[in-house]
Design a binder for this molecule. Structure first.
Ligand SMILES: [Zn+2]
Length: 162
C-alpha cells in the first residue's frame, strides 16, 4: 500500500485542516539568585546572643580535684617493654623481652630456607644452572632468619625476606 498517495488524496479531498499553532517551548519562570547569607560572626559575643546570662566566674575550683600522687609500690621498678601483637624482626639479633623466661635478651638468629631461597633455586635451575641452584641454601642473605631466646631457646619469630 502506498501511503503517500493516500495522504495526498486526503489533503486534496478532505476538509480543510486548521492551521497548526506553532509549538512554543514553555518558559520556566526566571529564577532569582537566593539572597546572600549573612556573614557568620567568627566570635559571637555570648552577651549579645544570651543577654540574661550570669557572668562566668574566672576560676572555679573543681569539686573533686585529681591529684597526681606517686605510686609507692611502683617506685624503683624498672619499666619493662611489653610487646603486644607481632614484633617486627630484623635480619640480625635484636633486644627483646622473652615472655617465657621473663628476661631482656638479645635474640639468637639462625638462617632457614624461605620463599626467596626456593625462588632463587628454581630460577637458577630454570635457566640451566643446575650446579649453582644450591647456592641460595648456603647464603644467609637468601634465607629467612629465625630468632630464638639464647637462654631458654624459645622460638620467638622469623624475619622473612619475602
Ligand atoms: Zn627466654
Amino acid at each position: 500500500m502506498d501511503f503517500r498517495v493516500g495522504m495526498d488524496s486526503r489533503q486534496q479531498a478532505g476538509p480543510p485542516v486548521p492551521p497548526q499553532v506553532a509549538y512554543q517551548q514553555p518558559t520556566a519562570p526566571r529564577l532569582e539568585p537566593p539572597p546572600a547569607y549573612a556573614e557568620y560572626p567568627p566570635n559571637p559575643d555570648p552577651k549579645a546572643v544570651y543577654p540574661n546570662l550570669p557572668p562566668l566566674p574566672n576560676a572555679v575550683p573543681h569539686p573533686h580535684p585529681v591529684q597526681q600522687q606517686p605510686m609507692p609500690h611502683l617506685q624503683g621498678v624498672r619499666p619493662t617493654t611489653v610487646y603486644v601483637g607481632s614484633v617486627a624482626f630484623s635480619s640480625h639479633g635484636q633486644p627483646l623481652h622473652c615472655t617465657t623466661c621473663q628476661q631482656e635478651i638479645m635474640t639468637r638468629v639462625a638462617p632457614k630456607p624461605g620463599l626467596l631461597t626456593y625462588l632463587l633455586c628454581g630460577g637458577l635451575a630454570f635457566f640451566g644452572c643446575w650446579i649453582c641452584c644450591c647456592i641460595p641454601f648456603c647464603v644467609e642473605g637468601a634465607q629467612d632468619i629465625e630468632h630464638f631466646c639464647p637462654k631458654c631457646n624459645r622460638f620467638l619469630g622469623t624475619y622473612k625476606r619475602i
